[in-house]
Design a binder for this molecule. Structure first.
Ligand code: ADP
Ligand code: MG
Length: 252
C-alpha cells in the first residue's frame, strides 16, 4: 500500500496557483524526490503534508487515511517528521537538548504524572533517551553532543536538523533540501545517510533537492514540477531526459 498519497491537490496564494492538481503516491520503503525550479511548489507541498496549509481542492492520505482533519501538532504522532529548508533549531541549546525537545513535544505523559514521576514516566524518559542516542550514533554526532547550536558550522547544523526529525522515529521523513549549502563531501555523507535511513531504519523518504547528483544517487522515483504543475514522473534518468523537464529548466 502507498504510505502517502496526494490526490489532485491544489493550493492558491491570491492569484498564484502554488500547487496545481498535483497527484502522486509514495510507496513504503522508497526514496521519492521532488525537483523543479524555484517557485515550483515543492516547499508548499511539504507544508500541505505538514498541515500548515489547507488545500483548496484534493485530498492527502497517510497510511490510507485522509489527514485533512488533523492539526499540524498531530502530524508527528502519526509518523511524519520533517526538516526545514531554513534550519529550525534552538540556537541556545545543545545538540542533545535539541534532539530531546523534538520528542518531548509529543510525549504522552501529563504534567501531573510527571510531577509524581511514576515508573511509566521513567520508562518513557528512557525511551526518549535511547531514541536520541541512537540518532547521535547514526549521524556521527558524538563529538557535538554537548555543543551549543549557535557555535556550530552550517554543515553540522544541517545534520542536527536531520537528526531532530529522525529522533521522532517517523515512518515518513520529509527532507527539504538536505544538501543545500553543503560541500561535495558533506553532500556525499547525506547520500550515505539517506540510503541507510531507507535500508537500515526502514524509513520512507520524501525529499526536495536541487542537487541532481544526489537525487540520482538515492531516489527510486522523481517527480519534476514547474509553476505548481506536474511535468514528469519516473526514475531520475527518465525525468532528466524528459523534453518537458529540459524545457522548464532552460526557460528559467
Ligand atoms: P519551491 O519550494 O518549489 O521553490 P514554494 O513552494 O516555496 O516553491 O513556492 C511556490 C509558489 O507559491 C511561489 O510562487 C511562491 O512565491 C508562492 N508562495 C509560497 N508560499 C507562499 C505564501 N506563504 N504566501 C504567498 N505566496 C507563497
Ligand atoms: Mg522551497
Amino acid at each position: 500500500m502507498s504510505l502517502l498519497e496526494l490526490d489532485n491537490v491544489t493550493l492558491r496564494f491570491g492569484g498564484v496557483v502554488a500547487v496545481n492538481k498535483v497527484s502522486f503516491s509514495v510507496e513504503e520503503g522508497e526514496v521519492f524526490a521532488l525537483v523543479g525550479p524555484n517557485g515550483a511548489g515543492k516547499s508548499t507541498i511539504f507544508n500541505l503534508i505538514s498541515r500548515i496549509y489547507d488545500p483548496a481542492e484534493g485530498d492527502i492520505r497517510f497510511d490510507g487515511k485522509s489527514i485533512l482533519s488533523r492539526q499540524p501538532h498531530e502530524i508527528a504522532a502519526l509518523g511524519i517528521a520533517r526538516t526545514f529548508q531554513n534550519i529550525e533549531l534552538f540556537e541556545q541549546a545543545t545538540v542533545l537538548q535539541n534532539l530531546l525537545v523534538g520528542r518531548h513535544r509529543h510525549r504522552r505523559s501529563s504534567f501531573v504524572t510527571e510531577l509524581l514521576f511514576t515508573p511509566s514516566v521513567r520508562s518513557e524518559e528512557r525511551r526518549h533517551r535511547e531514541a536520541v542516542e541512537k540518532v547521535i550514533d547514526f549521524l556521527d554526532l558524538q563529538a557535538y553532543r554537548e555543543k551549543y547550536i549557535a557555535g556550530l558550522p552550517y554543515g553540522v547544523r544541517k545534520v542536527v536538523e536531520m537528526g531532530r526529525a529522525l529522533a521522532l522515529e517517523p515512518k515518513l521523513l520529509l527532507l527539504d533540501e538536505p544538501a543545500s549549502g553543503l560541500s561535495v563531501e558533506e553532500t556525499q555523507d547525506v547520500a550515505y545517510w539517506v540510503e541507510d535511513i531507507k535500508k537500515q531504519m526502514g524509513i520512507t523518504v520524501l525529499m526536495v533537492e536541487h542537487d541532481m547528483h544526489l537525487v540520482s544517487a538515492v531516489s527510486d522515483r522523481v517527480l519534476a514540477l514547474a509553476d505548481g504543475q506536474m511535468l514528469s514522473i519516473g526514475t531520475a534518468h527518465e525525468v532528466q531526459n524528459d523534453p518537458k523537464v529540459i524545457e522548464a529548466y532552460i526557460g528559467t
